[in-house]
Design a protein around this ligand. Structure first.
Ligand SMILES: Cc1cc2nc3c(=O)[nH]c(=O)nc-3n(C[C@H](O)[C@H](O)[C@H](O)COP(=O)(O)OP(=O)(O)OC[C@H]3O[C@@H](n4cnc5c(N)ncnc54)[C@H](O)[C@@H]3O)c2cc1C
Length: 411
């Protein structure tokens, strides 16, 4: 018999109180030193292992793959019980969602038994190899090639903007396996270990000093056919679900998100208004109210759309609505914090921990509108695939990929 929500809550609470330290984790692409970043990764793996040993990982994952075989409601309970506790944030996105969810949906029995328990134990961290130097928006236009060689595939090409690849173990990789059919019909998905021979990784330094992004050069990388996910040339079937999971990661029951986000935003902003001496200022109060309304609306949307997709009332492309709204809300919240702080946000020192954090968040507020697919692309998907407006004409429609005019492969 399945564990009731009350029984699960009691078990989770007892274990978390005894084993999981208090504290708050959030993922920012900061300028931590490599040593600090690797320590963070190791801490995330340890926390994941602790949760795993307490039977608190893979809440929705079937038991035969090391999970608990429970429900999204149990996952919500876990999020509530984890409020105010450290959590393995570096293993959530993209390891749990979308990578693990893709393996769960499309992997063979052998693939699931090998990788899912390892992911749940914190032994495998996964990344996504989608974007290429030639462009990331046109995901289906991938030029990284995979050629069949007996029981193996030989991968050649380059992927870029792979966040955190340098401290990760595996990646899902979209590659072209057939050049004689239109672009969406000649792709396949592979699981690639980062330590495979022929994978050369370069780190890209951003203006703020972060070296989180990587570019991988794949030269004659041999991958066994047992690492292919889904059918040959049918990678777009996998890819569409992959994008769905990626766009709705914020509401995925597979992703641990300790509760308190919405209220914390409200509380945080209220504290910021105080800190800036503006708690009684009408304009500041309106800003805090606006933030509260946006966070509530976002929370509702993040519940309603996945429910509509699950029940078949909306197609899975509707995840782009969440993505679009999430980006707009995130951007506005950063701006509201900035506006609340006024001149205090214009200059800060290393001692002003919070102020520096909010000012940097404001400066990099566009990041979320690019990572995971740009908001322009999300608008295209919403208009064409959700609202049913006419499709944009593209010169590569129905054309064998090898005949599509393109520049030399960028390396
Ligand atoms: C924080 C962050 C993390 C990331 N992590 C990863 C990762 O782990 N793995 C990975 O593979 N990639 C990752 N990316 C890359 C990201 O997916 C791409 O940057 C994104 O898809 C856009 O691709 P691009 O940068 O090549 O821009 P392009 O595709 O060259 O687009 C340039 C501009 O043109 C617009 N545009 C392009 N086509 C259209 C169209 N048809 N209609 C309207 N506008 C259009 C775009 O919206 C954009 O504004 C990450 C990016 C960021 C910022």
């Amino acid at each position: 018999m399945s564990e009731s929500l009350d029984e699960f809550r009691a078990r989770a609470r007892a274990y978390i109180r005894q084993h999981i330290p208090e504290g708050v984790d959030s993922y920012t692409m900061g300028s931590d030193s490599d040593e600090e970043e690797l320590e963070d990764v190791a801490r995330s793996r340890e926390l994941q292992r602790l949760l795993h040993d307490g039977g608190l990982t893979g809440i929705l994952v079937p038991e035969q793959y090391g999970g608990q075989g429970l429900t999204a409601a149990h996952s919500e309970v876990l999020n509530e019980e984890m409020a105010g506790r450290r959590h393995p944030f570096r293993l959530q996105v993209p390891t749990m969602t979308p990578c693990m969810t893709v393996i769960l949906e499309f992997g063979t029995e052998e693939q699931k038994k090998k990788h899912i328990p390892a992911i749940l134990r914190g032994d495998e961290i996964w990344m996504q190899m989608l974007s290429e130097p030639g462009g990331g928006s046109d995901v289906a236009g991938a030029q990284t090639r995979a050629d069949r060689d007996g029981d193996e595939w030989v991968l050649n090409g380059s992927k870029i903007w792979t966040t955190g690849a340098w401290w990760a173990d595996w990646a899902l990789c979209l590659a072209r396996t057939n050049w004689d059919v239109p672009k969406h019909r000649g792709l396949s998905v592979f699981m690639v270990p980062f330590d495979a021979e022929g994978v050369e990784m370069h780190r890209i330094e951003l203006l703020n000093g972060s070296k989180e992004f990587c570019q991988e050069f794949l030269t004659d990388v041999h991958i066994p056919d047992s690492c292919r996910i889904g059918d040959v040339d049918d990678g777009w079937t996998v890819g569409r679900r992959w994008m769905f999971y990626e766009r709705s990661f914020g509401s995925s029951p597979h992703t641990l998100r300790p509760a308190g986000g919405t209220m914390a935003t409200f509380g945080e902003l209220y504290d910021l208004a105080h800190e800036a001496g503006r708690a009684d200022d009408t304009q500041a109060r309106e800003l805090v109210g606006e933030a509260r309304a946006l966070a509530l609306a976002m929370g509702q949307l993040a519940e309603r759309i996945p429910a509509a997709v699950t029940s078949g009332r909306m197609n899975d492309q509707a995840a782009s609505v969440i993505r679009l709204m999430g980006c707009r809300v995130g951007r506005r919240l950063s701006t509201i914090r900035w506006e609340l702080l006024g001149s205090m946000a214009g200059a800060w020192t290393d001692d002003d921990d919070d102020l520096g954090r909010w000012a940097e968040a404001f400066l990099s507020r566009q990041v979320s509108e690019i990572g995971g697919g740009t908001t322009e692309m999300a608008r295209n998907v919403v208009s064409e695939r959700v609202l049913g407006l006419p499709r944009e004409r593209t010169p590569d429609q129905g054309v064998p990929f090898r005949d599509v005019p393109m520049g030399p492969p960028s390396r």
